[in-house]
Design a protein around this ligand. Structure first.
Ligand code: PEP
Ligand code: MG
Length: 537
């Protein structure tokens, strides 16, 4: 039995088999081989296995995300059949007498670079696909398991680190818990774990040999126990039962108002990243959706989601929520949220870099496609739009000009649109300080405390080493929240919080005193926050 301590990301108890999730090693070893023909056969069988996997993925995606999105797996299978690609692998094996893994990796690198250097955006984007199929074949040749397939039984995922794009591709119904060595408490992977409502730990000294062993994740005490003895296992089964009972008690708060003892009310909304999170939203009785991180639609895709694909996703969310408010944030990609097909450059300071609204304003075709999809979906429910990473009134004016033009265009086309509130996220000190001016331009403020804390305290939220310095209750951040709320109210608009701080029940009473109108939290935090509101004076 081994016990490791880590940092708690989401509470709860999970008991189950550990699945060690390792990224394929990019430094494939170059090994001389004796039998060139046998090596070519090995490559050909690995290729066949890759095509089989892609067909399975195609069928699965067809059911889950529709034909257009599933098509990418067919494209990947076709790429594996490409004569030039295959000729290159065969040549490297025969001319150099070396192993298939190396020949495939080398071919993949060469082809990916060739595509990346093409001027046409479509071909540029294929570079990521070549890398993807190459990785798949190399993984098979090295006897590994395809990463995004986590098997049929629910597992505890143990990994060095997880990127948001990897996390979103996992089958959520098979995830019992996450444990990673790297990552920070404020990263998007941590946020995803909270959205899924599963126990999660970071900063754990992990070990590959645990793969397949039984593990216990104690999200209350920040512990991972590997290979527990029977006695401990039984005590944790009891702890899990007690935990489930507590959760059950919170269920009694469903249908109850978010109202303090003295009668002050507040809206409690949910944060989501995908229409598949809707079940959790409804199950936890959220009053609406306060933050739909639309960039996750882009992260899950292999290419820019089309207007129609986005329209269908937004429509599904607003329709499912009935008349309840659904605030969709426009694309907030960049920094830790990377999708290969955007072709974003590597930056020295990504958090301070080319991201979010900065990309939308400089690549208006992407922004306009998303706005068209959003306004079209607005006819099917109560949809609001908010814009991330704002730093100036000037930016808001530019956004409003584009948004008005898109609305006008849709009206000209005879497309019905709803009455859409447009707000901004206050997540930079500049926006907080300018909130009196910004309030005159928009319908609401949603305070993104994750980034507001990062930029106010000058602490990279991705850097786990800085977690001890990341004081979520820092008075500077709390003063900003109070000031922004007051400025919103002076201008007659509403203000909410959609960062993780909104779920901190130690602050619920203070937020109520500040007069915040809304808190938007992970679905699993709605009922605990409702409890705190109802217990407040
Ligand atoms: C925030 O910054 O608080 C926020 C809600 O946005 P994200 O966490 O997605 O950056
Ligand atoms: Mg943010």
């Amino acid at each position: 039995m081994e016990v490791r301590i880590g940092k708690k990301i989401f509470s709860g108890v999970a008991v189950g088999k550990i699945r060690f999730y390792s990224k394929t090693d990019n430094c494939v070893e170059r090994v001389k081989i004796a039998d060139v023909n046998a090596e070519i056969d090995r490559y050909e069988s690995a290729k066949q296995e890759a095509v089989r996997q892609l067909n399975v993925l195609y069928e699965k995606a067809l059911v889950e995300v529709g034909e257009t999105n599933a098509e990418i797996f067919n494209v990947h299978a076709m790429m594996l059949d490409d004569d030039d690609y295959n000729e290159s692998v065969h040549n490297i094996i025969t001319s150099q007498g070396i192993n298939a893994e190396y020949a495939v990796a080398k071919t993949g690198d060469n082809f990916a670079e060739m595509f990346a250097n093409m001027s046409d955006d479509y071909f540029k984007a294929r570079s990521a696909d070549v890398k993807d199929i190459t990785q798949r074949v190399v993984t098979i040749l090295s006897g590994g398991i395809e990463n995004s397939e986590i098997g049929d039984e629910p597992v505890i995922i143990v990994a060095e680190d997880l990127a948001p794009s990897e996390t979103v591709q996992m089958d959520k119904s098979k995830l019992l818990a996450f444990v990673t060595r790297l990552g920070s408490a404020n990263s998007h992977t941590a946020i995803l774990a909270r959205t899924m409502g599963i126990p999660a730990l970071i900063g754990v000294d992990i070990c590959e040999e645990w793969n397949g062993k039984i593990g216990i994740v104690d999200g209350y005490e920040g512990k991972l126990i590997v290979d527990p003895d029977m006695e401990l296992l039984e005590s944790y089964f009891k702890k899990k039962a007690a935990d489930d009972e507590q959760k059950q008690l919170l269920q009694n708060l469903k249908g109850k108002e978010n109202v303090t003892k003295s009668g002050q009310k507040i809206n409690l909304y949910a944060n989501i990243g995908n229409p598949s999170d809707l079940a959790a939203v409804l199950d936890n009785d959220a009053g609406g959706i306060g933050l739909f991180r639309s960039e996750f639609l882009y992260l899950e895709a292999e290419d820019y989601p089309t207007e129609e694909e986005q329209f269908q996703a937004y429509k599904k969310v607003v329709e499912t929520m009935g008349g309840k408010k659904v605030i969709i944030r426009t694309l907030d990609i960049g920094a830790d949220k990377q999708a290969g097909y955007f072709g974003l450059d590597k930056e020295d300071n990504p958090a301070l870099g080319y991201r979010a609204i900065r990309i939308c304003l400089t690549r208006p075709e992407i922004f306009r496609t998303q706005l068209r999809a959003l306004f079209r979906a607005s006819a099917y429910g109560n949809l609001a739009i908010m814009y991330p990473m704002i730093i100036s009134v000037n930016e808001v004016k530019q956004i409003k000009a584009i948004s008005s033009a898109v609305k006008e265009e849709l009206v000209q086309e005879g497309i019905k649109i709803g009455n859409v509130e447009e707000g901004v996220m206050i997540e930079t000190p500049a926006a907080a300080l300018m909130s009196d001016e910004l309030a005159k331009e928009v319908d609401f403020f949603s305070i993104g405390t994750n980034d507001l804390t990062q930029y106010t305290l000058a602490i990279d939220r991705q850097n786990a080493k800085l977690d001890p310095f990341y004081d979520a209750h820092h008075p500077a951040v709390l003063r900003f929240i109070k000031m922004v709320t007051e400025n919103a109210h002076k201008a007659g608009i509403w203000a909410g919080i959609c960062g993780e701080l909104g779920a901190d029940t130690d602050l619920t009473e203070e937020f109520l005193k500040m007069g915040l109108d809304e808190l938007s939290v992970s679905p699993g935090c709605i009922l605990p926050v409702r409890k705190a509101v109802r217990e407040a004076e």
